[in-house]
Design a protein around this ligand. Sequence first.
Ligand SMILES: [Fe+2]
Length: 521
Amino acid sequence: MNSSKRYGVERRQFLKYMAAVSAIPFSSCRTTSPVITRPQFEDYPFKLSVASGDPEPDGVVLWTRLAPLPLDEGGGMPSEPIETFWEVANDEAFRNIVQKGTAHAIPQLGHSVHVEVTGLKPAHSYFYRFHAGVHTSPVGRTRTAPAEDSMPERVRFAFTSCQNYESGYFNGYPHMVKEDLDLIVHLGDYIYEYGGVNNRPRKHIGAEVESLDEYRTRYAQYRLDRMLAEAHRQFPWLVTWDDHEFDNNYANLVSEEDGISPEKFLVRRMNAYQAYYEFMPLRRRSFPQGPQMTLYRSCKYGRLANFNVLDTRQYRTDQPNGDRQKPMVGKALDPRATMLGEQQENWLMKNLINSSATWNIMAQQVMMAPLNRGKGEDRRYSMDQWPGYEVSRRRLLDFFHQRKIPNPVVLTGDIHVNWVNDLQLDFKDDNSPVVGTEFVGTSMSSGGNGGNRITEYERAAEQNDFVQYYNSNRGYVSCDITPDTWTTHFRITPFVEKPGAPLINEASFLLKSGIPGVKRI
Ligand SMILES: [Fe+2]
């Protein structure tokens, strides 16, 4: 898997070339082809519903995608740009419209629409909808972030990750939408790239996805899931990706499989990133430049919370020691190894230093606590997670400690089970100070029903003193934060292999501002 690293120079030139040829200038779309202002569709064009995201105090991104035949190549759309109209109102009946405008759904972006609305009031709920031709979209509901200098009394959000369509139904979402939330955070593995397999609860369309059209179809298949679409329709989302939006366990330009040329891998990454942008309610700052896409960003909820949304896939060095579970030696301790890349790490540290927030959140993918999963003296750590990048990991924890960053909270996905971890400055020293807390969400559906005994993890929970909680059910995590307290609820769905699971609050934990370490409540 390391062989492709030798293509250094060509790789960089290729990257520049790809970025240059594939960047689609937004403004030129208006002038190059005639826009269809009164489109006719062979079926309802809003089957993929609506979404909103990346809230700011004065606005949000509104999203839709025109596709009368969402699972067909091209979505059943002509190859011309289509004019759409959007409206934002205070009420669900749209009597009191506060903002409106037009936006073009262009074929280069699969007729997706991303509107960055401004001029809205902070910490305010709104309704929105789109029109195209004679058709009107479902009505979405969204909420702006609180004013930058305000101290909100409370902010509530849920986070989840890892929703393999084939493994089961997204049974957490119907419960999530009943909660009174400001925001939903998705930590990646929104889709899985694998080809369809028989005899599972559901089946992916087609083989493993590689082309732009294949990624688009895969996202469309997921978004046609009513439970997922409904969660998008009801709340603004803050999204980041993990590996499966592109390819399992990839690191930057390195494929998990041997013998994939970086050029071929980059073309696939460009397809994957573009489809992700097309389907997510993202701002223009995240617009893909060929095979590169800046997804790391911050989202402030007044002086209460600052979400630092991270990308631990695009810029990382290759997994050391051949990936998988290995002792923390050799390349795992390489000081040049990086999880975030220099630019993102500097951005994060600057953001943390300048933050006036009570709670400083890192919404990211892989586990930060160094979980030893080995037996006895044979200590083993996941080389795909932060312990495979131990110098990077320590640098960040040192930074939390030395710069006295207020209440760092790390939110994690990827691993398909729940954990609560004290983040200790030096995990080899029991008396080392706790400098942050990590809440790890389980999967929404990946891995099937869950709740089973996983010997390796049970042993790990036992032998790693920093672990405060472990659970193998499926579900999501709900967080309720105030200026003094952070409460995390681990919500579980006892099954996912059929729809209609109840919701159980499996455990809750309390953090007090300024006091490191969680308490089970
Ligand atoms: Fe996953």
